[in-house]
Write a protein that binds this ligand. Structure first.
Ligand code: NAD
Ligand code: TYD
Length: 353
């Protein structure tokens, strides 16, 4: 038995591949384009492990996907591949349309061709699991209930709009062709291998480098945080037992204002890696221009997943964030290797003001 993971060299995909192979022996074919966000160092511990087959390629390359599916007799596809950074989608939405929408469409077409020719039993057992985000639901008012799976789609950024479009395509392939799909919509992830363009790793990285910790607007925007291995366990569970055609929200009831997240990171760093001058890291906090169209609040109601599939997160925000800071402190070489030319250029443009 073999699964095909797309985007498995990125943050969540790499965590998933490592987690998958830690829990079983089923081979993973890992198809990744290695954009700026893809990093094979995330998978260095799998070197020489025959259960992991890396393929450098694009989900939009239907011929390649068709060949991989047939050659490896794939029984499930898990689609993590995407352009994932909201700020980059504001600066240049084209790549988001190309990968998240056109790429997902081409992937679905290749999968449909393979799946429809399978013998009955294999066709019935096949799964296409699409990894999506809570951002497709738009922004919540402060006192509104958390997003359930029936919340209407109101995406506000080019990123979330492109993910929403991909969710709709996946849904349509189930409704129209009967493709056995599952969709997960997860809240903000954090943890090891998180690319340092996103809030939590950026703050840790900048703090240690003595740089400003940029807080957009008033810092009161709320995100609902989930430790990445909890997301991985939810995906494994949905793949195993999710009802076909259903969507499952994934979250850990950890709503935090951005400023609170940054203060927490500073406090943990003060304890684990104090500044040489003895001053608190919070001194580096700097309010900067807000993100255009910045969503105010996300919150996930994950009760369907808990009720139907008996899934629960293992980490609280307090345990997960401490593990994350410790991981970054122990992996400074990983961060240094990532902060390549392309990354530096982006950071210089984004925070120029
Ligand atoms: P990431 O940007 O860290 O990684 C994306 C990976 O996809 C990279 O390895 C990249 O090289 C690869 N990729 C990009 N375009 C590709 C293409 N055309 N073909 C093949 N590979 C391609 O993203 P992430 O944070 O790991 O997110 C993974 C998935 O989870 C995305 O679909 C994202 O929308 C979703 N998601 C992310 C979060 C989060 O907080 N990060 C939360 C919920 C859902
Ligand atoms: P981010 O990690 O980019 O995830 P997303 O936009 O998908 O939620 O940002 C998390 C929150 O942190 C979001 O409200 C934007 C904010 N933010 C900052 O305040 N400063 C920063 O430098 C970054 C990257 C994000």
């Amino acid at each position: 038995m073999t699964i095909l993971v797309t985007g498995g060299a990125g943050f969540i995909g790499a965590n998933f591949v490592l987690d998958w192979l830690a829990h079983g022996s089923e081979t993973v074919i890992n198809l990744d384009k290695l954009t700026y966000a893809g990093n094979l160092q995330n998978l260095a511990s799998l070197e020489g492990d025959g259960r992991h087959v890396f393929v450098h390629g694009d989900i939009g390359d239907a011929a390649l996907v068709a060949r991989l599916l047939a050659e490896h007799k794939v029984r499930a596809v898990l689609n993590f591949a995407a352009e994932s950074h909201v700020d980059r989608s504001i600066e240049g939405p084209g790549a988001f349309i190309q990968t998240n929408i056109v790429g997902t469409f081409n992937l679905l077409e290749a999968v449909r061709g393979y799946w429809s020719a399978l013998p009955d039993a294999e066709r019935a057992a096949f799964r296409f699991l699409h990894v999506s985000t809570d951002e497709v639901y738009g922004s919540l008012d402060a006192d509104a209930p958390a997003f359930t799976e029936s919340h209407r789609y109101e995406p506000n950024s080019p990123y979330s709009a492109s993910k929403a479009a991909s969710d709709h395509l996946v849904r349509a392939y189930h409704h129209t062709y009967g493709l056995p799909v599952l969709t997960t919509n997860c809240s903000n992830n954090y943890g090891p291998y998180h690319f340092p363009e996103k809030l939590i790793p950026l703050v840790i990285h900048n703090a240690l480098a003595g740089k400003p910790l940029p807080i957009y607007g008033d810092g009161q925007q709320i995100r609902d945080w989930l430790f990445v291995t909890d997301h991985c366990s939810a995906i494994r569970r949905v793949l195993e037992a999710g009802r076909l055609g259903e969507t499952y929200n994934v979250g850990g009831w950890n709503e935090k204002a951005n400023i609170e997240v940054v203060r927490t990171l500073c406090a943990i760093l003060d304890e684990l890696a104090p500044r040489a001058d003895g001053q608190p890291y919070a001194r580096q906090m700097t309010f900067v221009k807000d993100r255009p169209g910045h969503d105010r609040r996300y919150a996930i109601d994950a009760r369907k997943l808990e009720r139907e599939l008996d899934w629960r997160p293992r980490e609280t925000f307090e345990t997960g964030i401490r593990k994350t800071v410790q991981w970054y402190l122990n992996h400074q070489d990983w961060v240094r290797n990532i902060t390549s030319g392309a990354y530096r250029e982006w950071v210089e443009r984004q925070y120029a003001a």
